[in-house]
Design a protein around this ligand. Sequence first.
Ligand SMILES: NC(=O)C1=CN([C@@H]2O[C@H](COP(=O)(O)OP(=O)(O)OC[C@H]3O[C@@H](n4cnc5c(N)ncnc54)[C@H](O)[C@@H]3O)[C@@H](O)[C@H]2O)C=CC1
Ligand SMILES: CC(C)c1ccc(C(=O)O)c(O)c1O
Length: 246
Amino acid sequence: MSQHLEGQTAIITGGMRGIGLGIAKRLRQAGANIVIWDLNVDQWDASAAGFTPTLRQAVNVASLASVEAAFAEVVEQLGRVDILVNNAGINGPVVESWNYPVEAWDQVLAIDLTGVFYCCRTAIPHMRERQYGRIVNVASMAGKDGVQYISAYSAAKAGVIAFTKSAAKELAQDGVLLNCIAPAMVETGLMAEMTPEHIAASKAKIPMGRFLQIEEIANMVTWIAGPECSFTTGFVFDLSGGRATY
Ligand SMILES: NC(=O)C1=CN([C@@H]2O[C@H](COP(=O)(O)OP(=O)(O)OC[C@H]3O[C@@H](n4cnc5c(N)ncnc54)[C@H](O)[C@@H]3O)[C@@H](O)[C@H]2O)C=CC1
Ligand SMILES: CC(C)c1ccc(C(=O)O)c(O)c1O
């Protein structure tokens, strides 16, 4: 396997399980030193993951103070951050938009959108100073299409796409590239929060007729996060099994 990220440092938010863990594992195989940020980082299953991260930090991405303190510690201990994967996210209630609880709306937006902004805001000055960085924001097909009964999640993911495009233009001459991925449904803890009817409806929208696999996301992210991705910024890379039409 290519070791093209040897010596680089990658932060993966929400990296304790699911898609984030899969991305972390694959970036490690490519040679990167891995920093895991998650709400609770006590339980690391090294035999299941197949590696031990260089650092694990308890971070709430919805708290700027938490993000800034953790980032400073990474720079102090490892000296550099080359890759930031903004993966942490929640779904929230599955309910009509007009009945969506206001507190839950605020929480979904705080984690899924503002959390991405906080992590980028914190990492970008360091990357600009080094004139190198790769930021991969995990959006969703829900952010492109809008999915019924998960309006806060869909709105937050649409916001992640627009934020990525804006910041990418600002940083295009600084060696700092920002891109998004827009996965369709993957069988993780997050998907389990959907109702069986919604899961079946989502699967039915995918021409390939199957769910996306975590390894497929991790492989794509590993390329986007590396130096070979050199002329693409502000882009949304779909993982939709043929579903995406734009
Ligand atoms: N599972 C799916 O079908 C899809 C997922 N996605 C996105 O992929 C990303 C990962 O999702 P999954 O792995 O499925 O979810 P998951 O629920 O399995 O994992 C999410 C991780 O994020 C962490 N997290 C949640 N809130 C946090 C916070 N405030 N600060 C730090 N960490 C926090 C959780 O503790 C957990 O480890 C999310 O952004 C999700 O929206 C996108 C498209 C489809
Ligand atoms: C698992 C998350 C909440 C989710 C659910 C449904 C869709 C979809 O139908 O497109 C998504 O893209 C998701 O990210």
